[in-house]
Design a protein around this ligand. Structure first.
Ligand code: GP9
Length: 405
């Protein structure tokens, strides 16, 4: 049993084999609005800090959506841009190089290209300069018709790494409402970017003295602001009559609170009441909101950003050549598995029972192997099948990319 549809109180049972297509085409022909939320981690869902709800708007959306609880980042050193690449192409990033640089000249079967072939207008929005992470070069090759970056947008409110989320949403809505065909809007937010410093007037949470000025404290303030801006955007979509005809998808790009920083690990352990490790830090939310369905479904299937594209294609009822993708449709899959990337060596993985983190020295026998159900260490050799599976997936992705012109 992978989830419970709490609205109908009907147990939703996903068989562990390919069994036809659950939710196939439920968003067919709808506008698609995908918001990549900077540094959003899954612990934020439902999280309260000193009786203050940190992401109330996101929580409200989650309660009416399909929420993937065990979804993991798969970015490499290209951080935000790598998260975009994996999600839009269902292929892995190189790891120690930036995907948007290495693969900039390739014309890939990416989500925007597929949607454009199905009559969609495809528009990307990001509040930093167009050349940051080489977006200006690669976006047309991924299939975006238009890209609104800092150069094209009104720079009316800048802080942190670029345009404020509120300004980005305000300008994005003016642009998408002019679209005269179904559109795919890809909005990459920025206000909750490390080191999470936002203007005083937007710091709306009351922090304990001990958390003032810490990464944790600043993070909470910035995601709370980002959530406020998101709430504004959703209400505006409703006012403009766009909401009902759209599917709204939200996901976190990568961790914001890095566990290898001692202060972060200590504070998070105290706050969450458990060890703060990579497995927790890499868990990012994926939320799919289909207004007319108003689902309240929590999916526990383990997956990662490489699974985003096949999952979306199923919901949109679009057939594409999935032999060029390495991900799985998380609503119709027979496995619960994610290959972890970059900050942990390739071959690291999480599945329903195991968490395996390859030792940085490359010796498998020195790796961290853990039984997540029995909560005890495992001998490393009990994880070798998962290790091989992770490596094979990454190698298959490399081979696909090599073949691609
Ligand atoms: C800037 C933004 C940076 O365009 O993508 O985010 P990062 O990759 O540093 O997380």
């Amino acid at each position: 049993i992978f989830g419970r549809d709490q609205k109908s109180l009907e147990l939703v049972i996903f068989e562990r084999f390919e069994q036809g297509k659950r939710y196939r085409g439920v968003a067919k022909g709808k506008n698609l609005i995908v918001i990549q939320l900077e540094s959003f981690q899954s612990f934020l869902i439902g999280f309260h800090y000193n009786d203050q709800e940190v992401t109330p708007n996101l929580n409200r959306i989650v309660s009416q959506s399909i929420y993937f609880e065990n979804y993991y980042q798969q970015a490499g050193c290209g951080n935000t841009a790598d998260a975009e690449f994996v999600s839009l192409t269902s292929l892995h990033v190189p790891g120690n190089e930036v995907a948007y640089e290495v693969y900039a000249d390739k014309t890939l079967e990416a989500l925007p290209a597929i949607l454009r072939n199905h009559g969609y207008e495809t528009i990307a929005f990001h509040g930093n300069t167009g050349w940051f992470w080489n977006r200006k070069k690669i976006y047309p090759n991924l299939g975006f018709d238009k890209f609104y970056s800092l150069e094209e947008l009104n720079n009316d409110e800048i802080f942190g790494l670029g345009l404020s989320d509120l300004s980005l949403y305000k300008q994005a809505i003016e642009i998408i409402k002019r679209s005269n065909k179904p559109f795919f809007a890809f909005i990459v937010t920025l206000s909750s970017h490390t080191p999470f410093l936002i203007p005083e007037q937007y710091k709306m949470l009351t922090l304990d003295h001990k958390h003032e000025g810490t990464i944790f404290g600043n993070y909470l303030q910035s995601v709370h602001y980002a959530d406020y801006a998101l709430g504004w955007f959703i209400e505006e979509l409703k006012k403009e009559g766009i909401y009902e005809n759209s599917i709204i998808v939200l996901y976190g790009d990568h961790a914001g609170i890095q566990p290898f920083v001692k202060e972060n690990a200590e504070i998070m352990k105290e706050v969450l009441g458990k060890e703060y490790d990579y497995a927790e830090a890499f868990r990012v939310p994926l939320v799919i909101h289909i207004p007319k369905l108003s689902l309240n479904l929590r999916v526990q299937t383990i997956g990662g950003q490489v699974d985003f594209l096949p999952t979306m294609l199923n919901l949109l009822g679009i057939d594409a050549d999935q032999s060029k993708m390495v991900g799985k449709d998380l609503l119709n899959c027979s496995e619960s598995f994610v290959a972890l990337r970059y900050q942990v060596p390739d071959g690291s993985f999480i599945d329903e029972r195991r968490y395996f983190m390859v030792s940085p020295d490359g010796f498998l026998q020195n790796s961290f192997a853990y039984d997540r159900i029995l909560e005890k260490p495992l001998p490393y050799y009990e994880c070798l099948d998962g290790y091989k599976k992770a490596i094979q997936q990454i190698e298959l992705s490399r081979a696909i990319l090599k073949e691609h012109r």
